[in-house]
Design a binder for this molecule. Structure first.
Ligand SMILES: [Zn+2]
Length: 405
């Protein structure tokens, strides 16, 4: 678990145009100076301080897309070992099941010739959908130099970054089902990538994509979900715009509300397919709404910190060692050094720390008398399973930094 955090001057400014509609109608809605990096788990504190990077959230007043102003070099963001693996995460596994169910609901019978998964991670999705297709293709940079480890006849894995290659030269067959879960938001130019996929796909190809939804982020005031790795923040309106830009046909969408406010969208390359665009109610809001909700979010963070301060010196733990914790710390203006430790049920995190936070992670098995302690929920996106567990343990107090669950 090592990662090279310190590369100086490796920051590039993103385009001034909207990454979806191309219009130069971007407004700065949120300033995030010195925003820390996430995913900084480490055994020992790093010798050099981990850099922070200035960030801004831009909003397109034409199509309601939001995007980051600055793109940090991926070697800093993801390091040598990007650790997230779908099959290890319960939320991601459940999200994948819902995603496959949606594909079944959209097409009957759902059998395909070649399925391509962009951002295939540890092949969890492809393994669970392989019975519906003759061939499976996975693309993900985490497979770079390891492609040959996948030794199954119906599987081909490519470890490249899709933005950097000519897909037409590489693929032997035209995929008729193209899937992508929680990947498009990490890509600098999503429209160019989709154009690429459309050009190599079969004429009637079905596209099913899932992304975190900005409409929900805004409603729940979860601005702690704005971070350097997510370059794009799709609203339903901007996603519909993207489908229009691609000359594709919108087939439907579904929310997986409890997993990053995500929504799944289906569209067809076939322009003669029946569009279901008129059947959808698309949320509409403007820049001032973002600013208003951001102010409310900041108030919540300030209040949570003040409340936490009242428990100084008591038996105080965090619960849930989220990779996003440095961002929560940033907004709460608290480095969590006042916590005895952050408890996490994942044995792989036991004994780790964060490269940019002075707090250790421990497995709860090391702690006696949790009912006598006060617990701060620190993995906001796992609040539901954590709450279920904690309500059984009955600690003295549970503090959740947000009003909305
Ligand atoms: Zn736009």
């Amino acid at each position: 678990m090592s990662k090279n955090f310190n590369h100086k001057n490796l920051i590039t400014s993103a385009d001034k145009q909207c990454n979806v509609c191309g219009k130069e109608r971007l407004k700065i809605v949120i300033n995030l100076p010195d925003l820390p990096l996430t995913d900084t788990y480490c055994k020992e504190p790093p010798e050099e301080k981990i850099e922070c990077f200035d960030q801004k959230l831009l909003h397109c007043t034409n199509c309601l897309h939001c995007q980051l102003a600055n793109q940090i070099n991926p070697s800093i963001l993801y390091g040598d070992i990007y650790q997230f693996r779908t099959s290890v995460s319960q939320t991601a596994r459940h999200g994948t099941e819902l995603f496959i169910k949606y594909i079944d609901d959209i097409c009957h019978p759902s059998s395909f010739s070649t399925v391509l998964d962009l951002g295939c991670n540890d092949l969890y999705l492809l393994n669970n959908i392989r019975h519906k297709a003759k061939k499976c293709i996975g693309i993900d940079p985490i497979w770079a130099n390891r492609e040959k480890e996948v030794n199954e006849k119906d599987f081909t894995v490519y470890g490249f970054n899709i933005e950097e290659i000519d897909l037409g030269n590489i693929l032997e067959e035209s995929p008729d089902l193209i899937l992508c879960r929680h990947t498009l938001e990490h890509i600098g130019n999503p429209k160019a990538v989709l154009e690429k996929l459309i050009s190599v796909s079969a004429d009637n190809a079905l596209f099913v994509f899932e992304v975190p939804g900005f409409d929900t982020l805004l409603k729940k005031m979860r601005f702690d979900q704005v971070f350097h790795q997510h370059l794009q923040y799709f609203s339903l309106k901007s996603m519909m715009q993207l489908i229009k830009e691609l000359n594709a046909t919108f087939l439907g969408y579904r929310e997986n509300y409890h997993d990053w406010g995500s929504f799944t969208i289906a569209f067809s390359k076939d322009r003669s397919a029946e569009s279901r665009e008129n059947k959808v109610k698309i949320p509409d809001w403007d820049s001032s709404q973002i600013k208003k909700n951001y102010e409310l979010f900041k108030l919540q963070m300030e209040t949570a910190n003040t409340i936490l301060d009242r428990f100084k010196g008591e038996r105080l733990y965090g619960y849930g060692a989220a990779q996003m914790l440095p961002i929560l710390s940033y907004h709460m203006k608290n480095d969590f050094s006042g916590l005895i430790s952050i408890l996490d049920d994942d044995p792989a995190k036991d004994g780790l720390g964060y490269g940019n936070l002075p707090v250790k992670i421990e497995h709860p098995k090391h702690i006696n008398d949790l009912e006598d302690a006060t617990l701060l929920i620190t993995a906001i996106d796992n609040v539901n399973p954590i709450m279920k567990k904690l309500l059984n343990i009955r600690p003295r107090h549970i503090i959740h930094p947000f009003h909305i669950i």
